[in-house]
Ligand binder design. Structure first.
Ligand code: NAD
Length: 494
């Protein structure tokens, strides 16, 4: 997740003024057929730092979903008959419009996500300044060749139809737009449902571009727990592009089966990192720490289990503790805060349950930080476990919060076995200095992406996918575009 985007300092250290300028009172209606659609059935969206209500969104019912789907279906023939360049130019215009509102979108994202403003800024500018330019350069041109006895073959990538996009709460803008943009570029129309807990930034963004894209091409609807299942079983969708937990991913798979929808499932992760004995703890500690605690540990592809060769365990853990001591948990609008709260109450409750298990097991703690002493924020302290059993339940599960296990190993084969030993296979990494050994270990790790001396570093041109329970299908790169297409062959016997 490296970005070239410049990062101005936080423009609004006063959260009250910031929120006023972000015009929360202007509302967050659904955007369907290019119109703002309001409703009396509402869901309250809470601020994870203050516990107060930030805004209300529509609790879309079945008829609201039907309307969005019919609109998207009606818009499809015209949208898919536009040329690739026409669609690309319209999307480029829409994204330029969002750039003009970056500050407002970052402020809303800071408020609903709870994370530091600089991280909200990174999420939005990475999409607008790194992802979009790369995506809009991509094409899927026809290819033509001759086959004896068949004739001239033309292979085309044609759109699927109406796509359901469903995103999670942790990176709502990022994970929504990496679905919507390739789906639209390839000629599909979309109904997007942001997460129940963090729909605001995406709804506001859709509001800004509703008159730039043709009506019905992108529809964004918010809702409660029922809306996702209604979408995945709706017969009019040709595809579901989903990011969320592995548990929900299984339900999406089952729900989409009767209508045989195409699926992309980007699911949970419990990424291992293996630090080889020749690694320099001082060189890698900061990068490791960032990889573990980005988004306050609420990232699918953050490093969650760190296997460290016993010869450097002490030096590396000391360096990690030093990084942890420099963190400040706090309000995203506080310029000094480096990490935020857990975004929502159910996730906070999961973290507390895990912590109780850890205490019950008397697992040794390497470090545990402070949480703000006042306020209603859902803060969980930065916690590093000291060489817990690698196969303990609280290590094997996905810990979606600032709790990480550092595990000592002696035998590299055993470390690789344990690293591969969870049902997940999203990301993994190897750290050290011997290039051949790094590459050899990387090839033994069962994950969609294996990084060497880095972690979490995704790029719009590089395919991203999960192995095992971490997913099905690919995002990013040409492979990601193809996920939104059917292959069609025209076989012409001349
Ligand atoms: P979640 O699975 O609870 O929800 C994800 C989305 O699915 C939300 O919009 C939710 O409303 C919707 N949903 C819930 N139940 C549904 C159902 N039965 N049918 C259809 N939709 C349903 O996940 P979450 O708690 O929002 O997000 C955290 C999870 O997402 C973590 O497991 C994390 O690892 C994963 N994640 C994966 C990636 C990736 O790229 N692999 C990226 C980010 C997050």
């Amino acid at each position: 997740m490296n970005s070239n985007a410049s990062r101005p300092s936080i423009p609004h250290p006063n959260r009250k003024q910031a929120l006023k300028r972000a015009r929360l009172t202007a509302g967050f209606p659904n955007i369907v057929n290019g119109q703002r659609i309001d409703s009396s059935k509402r869901i309250k969206i809470s601020d994870p730092v203050t516990g107060e209500e930030l805004a209300c969104v529509t609790e879309t019912q079945k008829d609201g979903l039907d309307q969005a789907v019919q609109t998207a279906k009606a818009a499809f023939p015209k949208w898919c008959s536009k040329t690739w360049n026409e669609r690309r130019d319209l999307l480029a215009n829409a994204m330029e419009e969002l750039k003009a509102h970056t500050d407002e979108l970052c402020t809303i994202l800071t408020a609903e996500g709870g994370r530091p403003y600089s991280l909200a800024q990174f999420e939005i500018t990475w999409i607008l300044e790194t992802y979009v330019p790369a995506l809009l350069q991509m094409e899927l041109p026809d290819t033509t060749w001759n086959e004896t006895d068949v004739g001239q073959i033309t292979k085309r990538y044609v759109p699927l139809g109406v796509v359901a996009a469903i995103s999670p709460w942790n990176l709502p803008f990022w994970l929504s737009f990496i679905k919507v943009l390739p789906a639209l570029l390839t000629g599909n129309t979309v109904v997007l449902k942001p997460a129940v807990f963090t729909p605001l930034t995406v709804l506001r963004a859709a509001d800004y571009i509703r008159e730039i894209l043709p009506p019905g091409v992108l529809n964004v609807i918010s809702g409660g727990d029922d809306l996702g299942p209604w979408m995945t079983s709706h017969p009019a969708f040709q595809k579901v592009a989903f990011t969320g937990s592995s548990e929900t991913g299984r339900k999406v798979f089952a729900s989409a089966a009767p209508t045989l929808k195409h699926l992309t499932l980007e699911l949970g992760g419990n990424d291992p990192g293996i630090v080889l004995r020749d690694a320099d703890p001082q060189v890698i500690a900061e990068s490791l720490f960032r990889s573990m605690f980005a988004v306050c540990g609420q990232g699918c592809v953050t490093l969650k289990r760190l296997f460290v060769h016993q010869s450097i365990y002490q030096a590396l853990t000391e360096a990690l503790i030093s990084c942890a001591q420099h963190q400040k948990l706090g309000d995203g609008f506080d310029p000094g805060a480096t990490l935020g709260p857990i975004q929502n109450r159910p996730q906070f409750a999961r973290m507390q349950t895990t912590w109780e298990e850890i205490q019950k097991a008397k697992a040794p703690i390497l470090y545990q930080g402070e949480v703000p002493s006042e306020g209603a924020g859902l803060f969980f302290p930065v916690t590093l476990l000291d060489n817990p059993p690698a196969e303990a339940g609280y290590v094997m599960q996905e810990n979606f919060g600032p709790l990480r296990a550092v595990i000592k190993y002696q035998d590299l084969d055993e470390a690789v076995r344990l690293a591969n030993g969870t049902p997940y296979g999203l990301g993994a990494s190897v750290w050290g200095t011997d290039p051949e050994l790094l590459e050899a270990v990387a090839r033994r790790l069962d994950a969609g992406t294996v990084w060497i001396n880095q972690h979490l570093n995704v790029h719009p041109n590089v395919p991203f996918s999960g192995h095992k329970s971490s997913g099905i299908g690919v995002e990013f790169g040409e492979d990601g575009l193809k996920e939104f297409c059917n292959v069609q062959v025209i076989a012409n016997r001349r």
